[in-house]
Design a protein around this ligand. Structure first.
Ligand code: GDP
Ligand code: MN
Length: 377
């Protein structure tokens, strides 16, 4: 789950990180009032859960409350990368002298958190990593020791931060690490962390991605979830207890079990296809869950074929077949479907699907090859 910029910055502030003193609102009129309170120039920023808002026109400077109202009215009507803007953050405009990147995330290979800093802040860190990887400095953090002062200093030295800022930089790095640990985040980043004209450090933008599996420990954070902003398929999937991740291929996958789902995606790739999603319907899924899963898969316009890979252990193949039939009865589709049903009640499952105009497969390899061919044909 991602937090909005204003939510992330509020969390940062709780950990002693300096942020601009702005406020969030859903109306242009209130944007004007906030600008009035703040006095002087402000920046009006779209609150959507995607990066690159600046380039999309979602960040505008305003010289007066009047201009702030106009900017907010425009931004509140926008859609950025498919997401409607429902809130704007009005912050005092910063006088920016330099933009730094500072972030902490999990390094799975190192099995530790890693803090990264770069003097090339402001732009997306993935771009920096691709074009000028030498500009990213890293410190792995021992989870039992936490971030050590010398590590923050080493990052400050790496990005050639002027000495006068080292003390505050150290406090910000410590605060960021604390925010990351205490919220069970998988990513916490400040981009940009700016040096202002009056020589202060300030977090101008913030991004926090929380670990969904730890959300139960943070009811206050879970409450911040913005339903409007999530891809509707993922919200829908959660409602039915399905684990669904959208990908950009063209073969929709419906599988029971996360390991089998991973193997299914691998074998599709092996035979030259690309999975459109990861989907685990879980063990013992009933027909309604299967029907919901198929609806979600078919709602993706990129899906050119669907592959069912069901291993009936606790899950009964006949239940799955009933779910498929139920979904097909309500969605009108011509997408070819390949089924591999093995295990509990497989004969019954196959018999139910016999008239459903589906491609049957004898093995996983056979199913994957048929799905790849169907997607291409
Ligand atoms: P993002 O594009 O979605 O990552 O949004 P950011 O909040 O990071 O803003 C993008 C860029 O807009 C920053 O890197 C700054 O260069 C600029 N920007 C954001 N806020 C201000 C501000 O208050 N004053 C000025 N001058 N520029 C700003
Ligand atoms: Mn940013």
């Amino acid at each position: 789950m991602k937090l909005h910029e204003y939510q992330s910055k509020a969390l940062f502030a709780q950990h002693g990180i300096p942020i601009p003193k702005g406020r969030v609102t859903g109306t242009a009129l209130e944007a004007r009032e906030i600008a009035q309170e703040l006095g002087g120039r402000v920046v009006v920023k779209a609150q959507v859960l995607v990066g690159g808002r600046g380039k999309a026109g979602g960040i505008r400077l305003a010289k007066s409350p009047q201009e702030a109202e106009e900017a907010a009215a425009q931004i509140l009507g926008m859609t950025i990368k498919g997401l409607p803007v429902r809130k704007v953050l009005v912050d005092p405009a910063a006088d920016i002298r330099a933009e730094i990147y500072l972030g902490v995330t999990n390094d799975r290979a190192a099995r530790k958190p890693v803090m990264m800093a770069s003097s090339a802040g402001g732009v997306e860190i993935e771009e920096v990593a691709r074009l000028t990887p030498e500009k990213i400095h890293r410190e792995h953090i021992d989870p039992f020791l936490g971030l050590r002062d010398y590590q923050a200093r080493s990052l400050a030295a790496g990005i050639e931060l002027p000495r006068e800022h080292w003390k505050l930089f150290g406090q910000i790095a410590a605060g960021l690490y604390q925010a990351y640990v205490e919220s069970d985040a998988v990513l916490a980043e400040i981009n940009p962390l700016v040096i202002t004209g009056d020589n202060q450090l300030q977090a101008l933008d913030g991004k926090i991605v929380l670990d969904d599996n730890a959300l139960f420990r943070h009811p206050d954070l879970a409450e911040m979830r913005d339903m409007d902003e999530e891809a509707s398929a993922e919200t829908e999937a959660r409602k039915y207890g399905l684990s669904y991740v959208k990908l950009d291929g063209e073969i929709g996958c419906m599988v029971n079990g996360a390991g089998l789902a991973m193997a299914t995606m691998d074998i599709i790739k092996f035979f030259g296809g690309a999975p459109a999603n990861f989907l685990d319907i879980g063990g013992g899924a009933g027909a309604d869950k299967v029907a919901a899963a198929l609806r979600i898969i078919l709602a993706d316009p990129h899906v050119k074929a669907v592959m069912f890979n069901i291993f009936g252990g606790i899950t009964r193949c006949d239940e799955v077949a009933r779910g498929i039939l139920a979904a097909l009865a309500e969605v009108n589709t011509r997408v070819p479907m390949v089924v591999r049903l093995v295990g509990t009640n497989e004969e019954e499952g196959r018999r139910l699907l016999a008239d459903a105009n589906m491609i049957t497969a004898t093995s996983l390899a056979d199913a994957a090859q048929k799905a790849v061919a169907a997607a291409k044909g």
